[in-house]
Design a protein around this ligand. Structure first.
Ligand code: EPU
Length: 418
């Protein structure tokens, strides 16, 4: 199993490019099931989660052809309607296949995703919404067996804004009969990206990016060409890394509008951030200041950057209160940060970080995707030898060549085949 070895202390310097967004690419790929033919997607990142959804879709009969920058997705022939446990258990976003399969074939059998390291993460809101649209579902040996000869539009209120739930129902509703209104919908940029793609396929969708999304069902959709938006979480990770190492970095190919909450917090920590058209320039401060954060649905501070921000606060001057309001167990990185000398106390969904320098190099274990990124950032500033990060397959789920990108920015970081 590979590990990452980092000798901390180098300020990051130079230019880095952001890849396409994992969490926009996954629903975009799923949406290709909705219409027969060859779809063309570009800026699909090369990640393990993308391989997983491709493997499941291949088993459904979808063909994939890498044509340089463009991934051609051929969903002309679908021969199977089942997403098996062996693959779904490694990636919860597989649930995104449920809506499109029901829309196109009226049936689907998908393994119910289990809990995961960051929380229970139920899919009850996806299922409740589909039931309101006329889907008949039962659970059989851990699989959701769903049938709906014809989906019908419905008024749906989400108890809590759910990102993949909103996406799943937008796809299911695109060709349903009648109008579907999603209230308290999630507003993440990835939802707007999916809506843009669905509109290119012929869907009638309005209100994406607000908390009320209206989908008027159309008889059928066609193929489309679409470029995935840049990954705001990857860009945010570079923003924090640059600030934290006292570096000077230009982050290219990102959409600063998607990062407002993060830019504000990084600036409050003392960094200088220059916002350009599709780029950011960051200059780290001599001394980092402590800042409180609270994770919230978009446009609030993203839960997917909480762990990385905490690594920065661990070496800031003063005390920082970090509140996680999206997932109940997203503090598992704390025990590993403490092994590197961080002073952090957990009280329910709050973590009190008493900033101090330095962090100390140590062998640590990645436990989930964003926790892995947090440990890489901690390694970049740790003193006293090399930090070894184990189980980095978590990192490969969602960051494309992260160690290569950091290395080009001057970090002493390498992947070792252990
Ligand atoms: N929730 C329910 N019932 C549901 C669905 C969600 O109670 O049926 C709860 C969740 O337990 C959570 C909250 O609602 O407390 C929000 O969860 P959401 O459904 O929005 O999360 P998700 O769609 O499963 C996506 C991203 C996550 C990201 C979250 C929050 C994808 C593929 N995944 O997950 O990304 O953390 O939204 O922004 O888009 C990551 O990339 O590392 C990652 C975990």
């Amino acid at each position: 199993m590979d590990k990452i070895v980092i000798k901390g202390g180098n300020p990051l310097k130079g230019t880095v490019s952001v890849s396409g967004a994992k969490n926009a690419a996954l629903p975009a790929l799923a949406s290709c099931l909705l219409a027969e033919g060859r779809h063309q997607l570009s800026s699909i990142p090369r990640l393990r989660d993308i391989d997983t959804i491709r493997r499941i879709m291949s088993q459904l009969g979808v063909g994939f052809h890498d044509r340089g920058e463009v991934l051609e997705v051929d969903s002309t022939r679908i021969t199977n309607h089942e997403a098996p446990y062996e693959l779904v258990k490694t990636m919860r976003a597989s649930i995104l296949l449920l809506g499109p399969l029901l829309a196109r074939y009226g049936k689907a059998k998908i393994s119910l995703p289990g809990g995961c390291a960051i929380g229970a993460r139920p899919v009850n809101l996806h299922l409740k919404a589909l039931a309101a649209m006329g889907v008949d579902m039962h659970l059989d040996q851990g699989y959701i067996n769903a049938r709906a000869p014809r989906l019908k539009g419905a008024d749906i209120f989400f108890d809590t804004p759910t990102v993949t739930g909103t996406e799943n129902i937008m796809m299911a509703a695109a060709t349903a009969s009648g109008v579907t209104v999603l209230k308290n919908a999630a507003r993440e940029p990835e939802i707007q990206d999916l809506a843009r793609l669905l509109r290119r396929m012929g869907a009638d969708i309005e209100g994406d990016g607000t908390d009320t999304v209206v989908i008027r069902g159309v008889p059928e959709l066609g193929t489309a060409r679409h470029e995935i938006i840049p990954d705001r979480i990857e860009a945010g990770t570079f923003l924090i890394a640059a600030a934290m190492t006292g570096g000077e970095v230009r982050i290219e190919g990102c959409l600063p509008d998607h990062l407002e909450a993060v830019i504000e917090k990084v600036e409050s920590a003392g960094a200088g951030v220059k916002v350009l058209d599709r780029a950011l320039e960051v200059r780290g401060p001599d001394v980092l200041q402590s800042v409180d954060i609270k994770t919230l649905p978009y446009p609030g501070f993203p839960t997917d950057l909480q762990a990385q921000f905490m690594a920065m606060m661990a070496v800031a001057d003063g005390w920082s209160m970090i509140r996680e309001t999206i997932f109940e167990n997203r503090f598992i990185h704390i025990s590993e940060l403490k092994r590197m000398g961080a002073d952090i106390e957990i009280n329910g969904s709050q973590a009190l970080v008493r900033g101090k320098r330095p962090l100390l190099a140590a062998p640590v274990m990645a436990t989930d995707l964003r926790a892995s990124a947090c440990l890489v950032l901690a390694g970049l500033v740790a003193e006293g030898g090399a930090t070894e990060i184990h189980r980095i397959y978590h990192l490969d789920r969602g960051y494309e060549r992260l160690e290569e990108k950091f290395s080009l920015l001057g970090a002493d970081i390498r992947r070792v085949n252990a």
